[in-house]
Design a protein around this ligand. Structure first.
Ligand code: ZN
Length: 225
């Protein structure tokens, strides 16, 4: 099957911080040949490029405020119009709110595309806190590690590039509770939103990476050729 004939796969991954969204996005992206699109990455790219939307976003981030939905949606609209999403995408961390979900629906409608699956990854609160506070990232190549279940081979050193891995500022205990609270208030309503639209698939993350991955593969079906 040629690339243009392959069926597109458009997925949203939902779940609280620490549930493994980023990790699962990564293998889905690779196995199904679709880009992984996260709000964080889109924001960082726009800020680095110094685009108008990027500058707007920067002002909110500098003030320690949430970037408003209009700016996030503007960035998402630009990103989803790029050619590499022709075969689909996996959204990780977007949409985050009901207005963002409505905005996404509008963007996709204009592009004559539709969502295939919204996968919710669930995990108990205490386990989430433990996982987040043991997360480490490579500031150089962006590799993600977890001291609990995915440590680097050499302590404190990135397997891929040899840089020293660090804890992100928002992975510390003080901010974790705050982030979980924000998730419960803003993003949890999306679960019902997508359930009502018949798109929601629920996956439990407490049996470990392989079990979670197998459940997701069950929903997504065979890899595209
Ligand atoms: Zn690295």
């Amino acid at each position: 099957m040629s690339e243009s004939e392959a069926k597109a796969l458009r997925i949203i991954l939902l779940g609280p911080p620490g549930c493994g969204k980023g990790t699962h996005s990564a293998w889905i992206s690779e196995d199904y040949g679709i880009p992984q699109i996260s709000t964080g990455d889109i924001l960082r790219e726009a800020v680095a490029e110094g685009s108008d939307l990027g500058k707007d976003a920067q002002r909110y981030m500098d003030a320690g405020k949430l970037v408003p939905d209009e700016i996030i949606l503007g960035l998402a609209r630009e990103r989803l119009a790029q050619p590499d999403v022709a075969r689909g995408f996996i959204l990780d961390g977007f949409p985050r709110t009901i207005p963002q979900a409505d905005g996404l629906a509008e963007i996709l409608e204009k592009l004559e595309q539709r969502l295939d699956h919204v996968i919710e990854i669930t995990l108990d609160r205490e386990e989430l806190i433990r996982r987040i506070t043991s997360r480490r990232v490579c500031p150089n190549c962006k590799a993600v590690y977890n001291l609990s279940f995915k440590p680097p081979e050499r302590e404190g050193i990135c397997d891929r590039c040899g840089a020293r891995i660090v804890q992100r500022e928002d992975d510390t205990r003080e901010t974790v509770l705050q982030r979980l609270e924000v998730y419960e208030r803003q993003t949890a309503p999306l679960i019902d939103y997508y359930r009502e639209r018949g798109l929601l698939r629920v996956v439990r993350a407490d049996e470990g990476y392989d079990a979670t991955r197998a459940q997701i593969e069950g929903y997504l079906g065979g890899k595209t050729e």
